[in-house]
Write a protein that binds this ligand. Sequence first.
Ligand code: BGC
Length: 373
Amino acid sequence: MSPRMRRRIAISVAATTVSVMLAGCGVLNATGSSDDASPTKGNDITVGLLLPEKANTRYDQFDYPIFKRKVESLTSDEGKVVYANADADAAKQASQLQQMIEDQVDVIVLDAVDSHGIADGVKKAKDAGIPVIAYDRLAEGPIDAYISFDNELVGEVQGRSLLEELGDGLDITDKIVMMNGSPTDPNAKQFKAGALSELKGKVTIAKSYDTKDWKPENAQANMTEAIDEVGAENIVAVYAANDGMAGGVIKALQAAGVTDLPPVTGQDAELAAVQRIIAGEQYMSVYKSYPQEAEAAAEMAVAKIQGKDIQFDALTRDRVDSPTNKDIPSQLVPVVALTKDNIEDTVVADDIYEVSDICTAKYKAACSAIGLK
Ligand code: BGC
């Protein structure tokens, strides 16, 4: 995280303090109850955070630290976050969840490795009186709320960007390869559906893969197979669901001797991907504002424990259905396409990266060429 982002978080801490003070004035709602009329807990709370994996950089680099700071700032530094990362292992995550139940944390924020398999654990937490908020991936079972991005939109943005880049000369016989995410992640299905809604009828999907554990090396192996079967020269573009896999896809293309790379999509605005975009190796990524997602999740968790129902409702105005539950209170954060043209207005403006993080010696010339300094 850049020093500027740290400063930005510090500023938002100051703003939050003001709103907490205002809330303390006892603003009444329509039913006459105060926003913080019956807090069930004070600031001395423990929030459990379960994140799914480490092969993609976002979780340790952004989600966890941003979430932790926000919980601390909302609780005058008295609240603490207990964090466990499952390393893409669903059984490991189930036992991490069980441990948090035994430790009697106050609330659990869960980004599931296997959204279906974790449902029993979610139910156990609920039975133990611990609310569960699904984070980024919609876990099954009796969750209290869900915070994510508009994941179908992520796929649409990826698909539309590819078509725009391929341009008018595109023919339905032109072949693309689809590298989708893990089948245990419901987001992967939504990304794929969103992308297909744009691509269907416009190109031929020559090969389509679901990628075990979202691992870049698995995407690389699948891409190597696709190249063998379809022929590198016949692939006009690659839909890769995220940046980690885009990296694997590009490695496979380069290993097959491709120098003029076809457009490859991604998602997450990983630093390596932003650099590949500048260098012309990856066409686009999708920028999803981690602060918006992680800070809203922290606010939801703290409001839930402290019984601040009005704040909680304001944070969860959307509704979604999971395979097990209907009308789950939710917040879906919008996303934008990230290409060479808007690096400054997205990841740099939001203090995700400093220009100096991106424009290292290797990328200096490419950065100057697009006026990034
Ligand atoms: C997230 C993506 C991430 C992928 C792999 C998805 O659920 O929404 O941002 O790249 O998982 O971890």
